[in-house]
Design a protein around this ligand. Structure first.
Ligand SMILES: [Zn+2]
Length: 555
């Protein structure tokens, strides 16, 4: 048994959220103080230091086809960032597209103990899982993409019942060992294949005549009725297009009050005001989020500098190809299941659009009042590499630093943003909510994100100092399941993490129509499609299943 004695414990699930006390750890879990006072326990004095639960990234592209294609296009990034994360460990570099190893080391050294891959193509699930199993230390899980797949669109066009849709969604989650469901540009990726370059939310798709609104309705209801903990994870239509705020608000409406998560909402909060026809609509989005408790968002903050954009959204990436830096891009499709596009990009602080995007992200963070419903992401690596999180935390916690950075950006963008007038500074407990407790709750990870007895001993110890960024970049110590994995930014041990997933139930009848569909349309046989029991384990991974609670009993 181990006692971390006298630190300041920061846990927004408890009252008070910050208190000085002892934390007892037995094996891989936090336990109540032992009745015998802990005779024989190892006591470590950490007075003056902070203790938070391990951080959880709810949306980060760390594995799968797109990520590998991103690596393929990132030779310059790899040459420029050749450091290994720590002595004697396997390397594999690049800030935007690090290797599986570096991804695990770099996250862990920064106090992250879990990250979720948000865009797994069902037909590519096997490769995604093998790669995730190769990411050391972190727990991880994947969201399977639906909403542009032929089977769903055909069945919606034929007027399928919600029960049939639910069965199909549950089968897909089980077959691909997913943790949640994501929809990217509902119907739009399918429409792209028929030469449609954008699809509005009430516009029937060119092939099946199904509207994006109908797809979002059907999928958000399916996820809810199946009891999948994480709500439908939505990448809205019209990403990056000025005026897309209306689409984003209509998407909230399409959920009909059911839980819905809007991802990288910064890219979906644009108006058309001003002489350049591009303006911030963050205040309207924040107002809608504040007014609708069924809605959560992650921001997708941009960070100035070079990165790689990797998206399932073929329409958006086709539009973005003209902005590629360096000048190369790539678009792919597997089994007409979804799509993907890769465009290297550099965000510039003196560029009007990029500077305003940066400000819009900060406006969203600062205007959305509830830190339990707005999560810290850069949509790694789309808005910027996850390694920039400590700087973002500083921007949220320290107004004077925010003002300094604001003074550097394009002046016209600065004048159009309200960021400069916002006094709010996030507290430590709010940061702990947005990066730990809230993602854990949203994902149904009941034993993570907090410090109560029974929780995993995924812990981060920080030395408070005057520099918030340094504190968050280099924790004193990081424990994963009670084992020290990093100290002072150096990796100390490399235990494997576990793959998180859910297994919602379904009526096996759906497999008969799926079998017919596979025989008619797919290159893979139906029986070979689902991941077999044991495949993840064979690749060195471990599985942790989380409960589906039918009837909306979300924790
Ligand atoms: Zn993303």
């Amino acid at each position: 048994m181990l006692c971390l004695a006298g630190g300041k414990l920061v846990d927004p699930t408890q009252t008070p959220a910050e208190r000085v006390g002892d934390l007892w750890i037995d094996g891989e879990r936090i336990v109540a103080p032992p009745a015998d006072g802990g005779k024989g326990a190892e006591v470590r004095d950490i007075s003056g230091k902070l203790v938070l639960a391990g951080a959880i990234d709810i949306h980060s592209h760390i594995a799968g086809g797109k990520v590998n294609l991103g690596r393929l296009l990132s030779s310059a990034d790899h040459r420029a960032n050749v450091e290994a994360a720590s002595d004697g460990l396997r390397g594999g570099s690049g800030l935007a597209t690090p290797s599986t190893f570096t991804t695990g080391y770099r996250y862990a050294a920064m106090g992250y103990t879990a990250a979720f891959e948000p865009a797994m193509v069902a037909a590519n699930a096997r490769a995604t899982h093998l790669e995730m199993a190769d990411v050391p230390i972190l727990d991880k899980g994947a969201y399977v993409m639906l909403g542009n797949d032929e089977f769903l669109l055909q069945r919606l066009a034929a007027g399928a019942s919600q029960t049939e849709i639910n069965d199909y969604v549950a089968w897909t989650i089980q077959a691909t060992a997913a943790h949640a469901v994501k929809v990217v540009n509902a119907g739009g990726i399918s429409a792209f294949k028929f030469n449609t370059r954008a699809l509005g939310i009430d516009e029937p798709g060119p092939q099946h005549g199904v509207t994006p609104r109908r797809i979002i309705q059907a999928l958000s209801r399916a996820v809810h009725e199946l009891g999948v903990p994480h709500p439908l994870h939505v990448h809205c239509n019209n990403l990056g297009i000025p005026g897309n705020v209306d689409t984003t608000l209509a998407t909230i409406d399409a959920a009909e009050g059911l839980p819905i998560h809007l991802t990288h909402v910064q890219f979906h909060s644009y108006g058309t005001e001003g002489k350049r026809g591009f303006s911030s609509a963050a205040a309207r989005i924040a107002e809608a989020v504040n007014a609708n408790p069924n809605v959560s968002v992650d921001v997708g903050q941009i960070v100035f500098g070079p990165t790689m954009t990797e998206s399932g959204d073929t329409q958006a990436q086709f539009r973005n190809r003209t902005h590629a830096s360096p000048k190369k891009w790539l678009s792919m499709d597997i089994e007409c299941d979804a799509g993907c596009g890769l465009v290297p990009f550099r965000y510039r602080d003196k560029n009007f659009v990029n500077a305003l995007q940066w400000a819009i992200g900060l406006e969203l963070f600062l205007l959305i009042r509830d830190p339990w419903r707005v999560f810290l992401t850069t949509d790694h690596p789309n808005g910027g590499p996850f390694a920039s999180y400590p700087q973002l935390v500083r921007l949220l916690m320290e107004r004077s630093y925010r003002e300094e950075c604001l003074a550097q950006i394009n002046a016209s963008a600065r004048k159009l943003s309200v960021v400069g007038g916002i006094a709010r500074e996030y507290t430590l407990a709010e940061i702990a909510a947005m990066t730990r407790a809230a993602p854990a709750k949203s994902l149904g990870l009941r034993d993570r994100g907090h410090l109560a007895p029974g929780a995993r001993a995924d812990l981060v110890i920080y030395e408070p100092g005057s520099d918030i960024e340094t504190m968050f970049r280099t924790p004193v110590q990081v424990l994963k399941g009670g084992v020290e994995v990093a100290r002072g930014g150096r990796i100390r041990s490399v235990p494997p993490g576990a793959t998180q997933l859910v297994r919602p139930g379904y009526d096996k009848q759906i497999e008969r129509s799926l079998k017919r569909f596979f025989d008619d349309h797919m290159t893979v046989q139906f029986g070979n499609f689902p991941l077999a029991e044991g495949e993840i384990a064979e690749a060195g991974g471990r599985i942790e299943e989380h409960a589906c609670v039918v009837g909306g009993g979300r924790a």
